[in-house]
Design a binder for this molecule. Structure first.
Ligand SMILES: Nc1nc2c(ncn2[C@@H]2O[C@H](COP(=O)(O)OP(=O)(O)OP(=O)(O)O)[C@@H](O)[C@H]2O)c(=O)[nH]1
Ligand SMILES: [Mg+2]
Length: 337
């Protein structure tokens, strides 16, 4: 019997799904996912999948429905396709602590992929209870030259969580992303009203986390969320907890770069020559902005770095596709005998 289900968690090759209010487990037959001409899409957390239901054991996933969003990063293993962290969410909470974890270059990277994903990014500055001057951090976000929403929160005291209410209601899906130790699982536990995910103290010397969460998991929030400060907010939506990201490398993010670096893209359009290399050409708007300080050297370097990575990712994708297609052809010939 065929059914539709949502992927709640991925444990190696086994998928935890939710269908008609019930939890079921499923496997996947890789051969059902062979594709020609485009990257093979395996299911990830948040995906709506079609399954062949088996009431006596694991079901089989036979297809993935088109997605409204996906957070995709370059796979650290050479030759492997991109890692698709989560799909079908409305909001990406980019989480960073109000301590040594805070880093604008890192945020630029997350924002680039977030814009590419098709969902709305929101910056979540965590551990506000441990910070004397959250305002100074909010001020620094202006260097990102965008009007992204930023919220300061504390999972310990409940401070600022009410500002998240518009994103947590029924039918809405949010994904929590950030380095290890920023408090993703602590926020999940607080919103769920129980210790559903394991958490661990960070290293005091440099605020680094210990990579406590090892798999991605989607949760259905209670209708009414009780906060530690005695207030309550409306829930009913879904949230996705993810493992801490070590090094976030961008994949094919052309559109994401255009959005995350709108200011630089606009400057490039003002250069006198359309093929300006921004070195010694007269009328270069980039060099002008660098010298009058409207563009910081760091931001310009980060832009160039991401552009280079993006180019490399495109080339890599082409090579993987070529290999994938030749395997597809070989298998087809084998099947034909
Ligand atoms: N003071 C304070 N500590 C917090 C807050 N949120 C989380 N922490 C602490 O930060 C540490 C790391 O929290 P986790 O929730 O495990 O972090 P994580 O982002 O899930 O980390 P990984 O699973 O490793 O990616 C724990 O010791 C938490 O108690 C907060 O709002 N205030
Ligand atoms: Mg965690």
């Amino acid at each position: 019997m065929k059914k539709e289900a949502q992927v709640m968690a991925v444990h190696r090759n086994r998928f935890e799904l939710r269908a008609e209010g019930e939890t079921i487990f499923a496997g996947l037959k890789k051969s059902a996912f062979s594709a020609r001409g485009e990257m093979i899409t395996y299911p990830t957390v948040g995906d709506i999948v079609e399954i062949f239901y088996n009431e006596c054991g694991d079901s089989q996933i036979t297809g993935v429905a088109p997605r409204k969003s996906v957070f995709r990063r370059l796979n650290a293993t050479p030759g492997m396709p991109d890692q698709e962290v989560a799909a079908n969410f409305d909001y990406i909470f980019i989480m960073t602590s109000l301590n040594e974890d805070f880093n604008l270059s890192k945020l630029e990277r997350y924002l680039t992929i977030a814009y590419e994903s098709g969902a709305q990014p929101i910056i979540l500055l965590t551990k506000a209870d441990q910070c004397q001057d959250a305002g100074a951090y909010l001020e620094r976000l202006k260097e990102l030259k965008q009007d992204n929403m930023a919220i300061c929160i504390s999972s310990r005291t409940g401070e600022g969580i009410d500002k998240m209410e518009p994103f947590l209601g029924k039918g809405k899906v949010s994904v929590f992303l950030g380095s290890s130790g920023v408090g993703k699982s602590s926020l999940v536990n607080m919103l769920m009203g129980e210790e559903i995910m394991k958490t661990n103290a960070i290293r005091e010397s440099d605020a680094q986390g210990r990579h406590t969460t090892t798999h991605r998991q989607c949760f259905l929030l209670p209708r009414k969320i009780e906060l530690p400060n005695g207030k309550s907010i409306q829930g009913g939506g879904m949230i996705i907890d993810t493992p801490g990201i070590r090094k976030l490398m961008v994949s094919d993010v052309e559109e994401g770069i255009k959005s995350a670096f709108e200011d630089i893209e606009a400057l490039i359009c003002r250069c006198r020559f359309s093929d300006c290399q921004h070195r010694n050409e007269p009328g270069c708007a980039i060099r002008e902005a660098l010298s009058d300080g409207t563009l910081s050297q760091k931001r310009w370097e980060n832009y160039q770095k991401l552009r280079n990575e993006e180019r490399y990712a495109k080339e890599r994708k082409k090579r993987i596709l070529t290999r994938q297609n030749s395997v597809y052809q070989k298998n087809r010939q084998k099947r034909r005998g």
